[in-house]
Write a protein that binds this ligand. Sequence first.
Ligand code: M6R
Length: 370
Amino acid sequence: EKGGWDSFMDKEIHEDPAAVQRTLLGRFDERGDITLDEVRIDDHDFKSIDKIIVIACGTAAYAGQVAKYAIEHWVRVPVEVELAHEFRYRDPILTPRTLVVAISQSGETMDTLMALRHAREQGSKVLAICNTQGASIPRESDAVLYTHAGPEVAVASTKAFVAQVTASYLLGLYLAQVKGAMFRDEIRQILDALKDMPAKIQWILDTQMTAVHEAAADMVDAHSFLFLGRHVGYPVAMEGALKLKEIAYTFTEGFAAGELKHGPIALVDEGEPVVFIVPPSHGRDVLHAKVLSGIEEVKARGAYIIAVAERGDKDVERYADVVFWRPECPTLLSPLVDVVPLQIFAMDMAKLKGYDVDKPRNLAKSVTVE
Ligand code: M6R
């Protein structure tokens, strides 16, 4: 069943490219027209949407945070991301013009299910992004956009995450199309870039494993890790930190790189491992320079720096102790590649410590109690 791999997690990480590819399959034509066939909300309702709230837990919520950056940029509709277990208890503002997007791999997470019921009771439409056909969450939603990652067995979510992010992009582009927020050509360009992403993920799996294995071997005794990113790199940092907590039982903290000087830099001491997700060096120069200055600051305090950065980024090469390279890609799509070395890194750390990567202690694959 593991198809020759040591663990399901290994197998599932190696299915990241296919998960993205299958999620894109058949959802747009040559002209860039997107059709989401499982979506049963009519165009009139979609056009009137003036707010989106993503509800999810854990990894799915980090996929939702990536969705926020992309959808707000493309569709110009405000997107909130809320942990499903917080949502219902704070009297959220929901109207028939609010689209609630419930993201869940299993489709059975009770917190998310209860939050979606609450949203529907208040008259909002709910669209589920789900990996499991016929599960409770898609069954109770007004529309479903299935991720086609295939069944995910390992408790730590990997291929489902990249599929959720992919589905969120499709939803964003679909909304941009229906609402006329973007030109057809712009949408087509992004779809073209999305089609290239599976090959870029594959490039990481083919070329970056040695660097990741070495970093894990170097850092296996570290007591804690910090993960930092900005923009879409921020949810990627959070997700990388969660993976390491879940399966390697290492204390990790993920946060927005801009927060460093507002407190967390006090944690940085000689040898402290700090993982930076560095934005592409082209295009978003401002953010690249800002993340770089964060790297310089922690380097000056003796930190051990692991960076995820774009191929050929000389500045990063100068400061980082280890770099996991990414091929060039649009910033908004970069989470699809950046998360991959972090998934492998967490798995390596857990294996080196002798833990069962598929069944971490205290955790269940699907959390069906509130
Ligand atoms: O099945 P769901 O996507 O609703 O699950 C949500 C979280 O429980 C899940 O992502 C959890 O955080 C994973 N163990 C992360 O690896």
